[in-house]
Design a protein around this ligand. Sequence first.
Ligand code: SF4
Ligand code: SF4
Length: 382
Amino acid sequence: MFTKSPIESKVLNEKIKNIKPNLQRITILPTLVCNLRCKFCHVWGTNGWALKGVKKINEQLNIDSLKDFINEANKNNKFDIVLSGGEPLLYNSLQELIEFLYSKNIKINILTNGLKLIDHASFLTDHACFISISIDGSAQVHDNIRNKQNLFDTVCNGIEEIIELKSKKSKPFPVIQINYVISEYNYNNISEFIVSIRNRFASLKVNIKFKQDFISRPKDLILTFEPLLFTTKARGEDYADIMLEHLNCKVTETWESFIKDEIKIDSKAVAEVLKREWDNAKINYSDNVDIIEYFENISNVFGRTRCISPWQKLVIGPNGSSYFCPDLPDYSVGNINNNSFEEIWVGKPAEHFRRIMKERLFPVCNRCCSLFSNFNIEQVKE
Ligand code: SF4
Ligand code: SF4
């Protein structure tokens, strides 16, 4: 992430006035089940909601409903798919889903913790377009954050296997990205992490980038850095009030797992290290989001005074519920088990949500991944 900063809020506000729904991406969370317990995870972590007695955490998305929904969506839209979770490689209809999407020529992006990567390496090499794997530090740091011994090695073995398969088949895809989420647990490990990845993959070209990048050769490995998402208690409470008042929506406790009233990160040190690494990688970062501001001044949205996600993207959760905000499944615009694509994408609930979003951001939007996504920003600039 750390996206290009300047967006003219005037341009954005004008664009939003006349924007029409134009589906670009469906993010599917086929299951929230996970084989890790990462400390910072908003689902399974120390503050996560899964361990607070929330029921139905074992749900798996109904594959037949999903296929019907995708078939309908695919009639008049060109979109890609992101498979996330939980851990998407634990979805019980994974192979069937991926083969189905592949047969429809839909680009498949997978976000995984990598623990099961080696088991699926051959299949994913044949079908996926892009795989983003979370590694949040050099071996000891990563294993500690994600509460699993030898995880770093296991994940790297999976990556290595896919890269070898790509090489054998002379395939540029799937593009392999390692994504590092900067948090209080690893903010001082960035340089060591880069060295450890370069050492572990000495025969590869390790490219440090800002974002997902589809220009890649078989032996390229992309490293990206993403700051932790967060909000404050006061912002979360305001969000709950606004949702009730404007959308008649009683929110879940999900937002509470993002509360960070104090950011225990030396943001100046992070900024210095990243600038050094970007200089070394000859990356022009002059107009990127200011990292220090990002962490220390949550009010600053860097000109992003509206979110265009609800016009571009849809999220489908494990129970079929569909919504617009990837980390906040509060306002459902329908359920793929009961509603058609049209009813969900341009039905009354969706239109009501978009009407509200034309006028404002929610207080929790300020550090939401969608607000800073390069994907969204490129759409704004078109
Ligand atoms: S791998 Fe992802 S979903 Fe699983 S516990 Fe870690 S952060 Fe949460
Ligand atoms: S920025 Fe706000 S409206 Fe947009 S996806 Fe995030 S929480 Fe939802």
